[in-house]
Ligand binder design. Structure first.
Ligand SMILES: [Zn+2]
Length: 221
């Protein structure tokens, strides 16, 4: 589904947990957060409905290292030139606290299929996206912001009427509060979160920030 200009959204609509995915089409085409491996064929079908094939994707970006966002990377790494990238702090997190958490749940962490680390900015051709570190949900969580399009891809930091959980290993409530403050200062018309619905319209986005400040900031240390 085309959301705005060159940004497409594939919102998760199943009963089990999985993330929303987004596609940015430019000289370089980027898939944000492919989700769980077991659901990638559903994403492939949704991409196909808009005319996109896995081989059209040049790069995969993960907003953070939780498996419901990054496990399915491999499905889209169709040749050696395609890389997946996330913030270096979450690569470390994945191999340390993240791996401990999975093992505690009786699951061996799958290999993290990554080819690069995110820098401050992602240049895709005509569009440049700021990579905004937003620790709190995980140490290396990031949001992607396109100032000209006023689009914010928020990962699991910010949702409609909700915020990212901080009770998992690597979570930090105070850091999340600072990250949310940083996001609230941006000019955003399209809030594209990692789960649940998207928010359109500057006023609705600002109302959402106000609600979150009121409802959640007192709980965040
Ligand atoms: Zn998460």
């Amino acid at each position: 589904m085309q959301l705005v200009a060159n940004v497409y959204g594939y919102l998760w609509d199943g009963y089990e947990n999985n993330c929303n995915s987004y596609l940015i089409v430019d000289d370089i085409t980027v898939l944000i957060d492919p989700g769980h491996t077991r659901f990638t064929e559903r994403l492939v079908a949704k991409l196909a409905a808009d005319g996109w094939r896995p081989q059209d994707i040049d790069c995969v970006i993960n907003t953070h290292a939780h498996l419901d966002h990054c496990e399915g990377n491999g499905r889209f790494l169709h040749d050696d030139t395609v890389i997946a990238a996330m913030h270096p702090a979450d690569v470390q997190y994945y191999h340390e606290e993240g791996a401990q958490l999975l093992r505690a749940l009786g699951q061996e962490p799958p290999p993290l299929l990554l080819g690069g680390f995110l820098q401050d900015e992602v240049r895709l051709g005509k569009t440049r996206w700021q990579v905004i570190p937003t620790p709190g949900h995980t140490p290396g969580s990031v949001c992607l912001y396109w100032p000209e399009g006023k689009v914010l891809i928020a990962g699991d930091t910010l949702f409609e009427r909700a915020i990212g959980r901080t009770d998992l290993p690597g979570g930090d409530a105070r850091q999340l509060r600072e990250s949310l403050r940083r996001l609230a200062s941006l000019d955003v018309e399209y809030l594209l979160p990692g789960h649940n619905d998207i928010l359109r319209g500057r006023e609705r986005v600002q109302e959402n920030f106000a609600l979150i400040q009121q409802a959640f900031f007192p709980l965040l240390g």
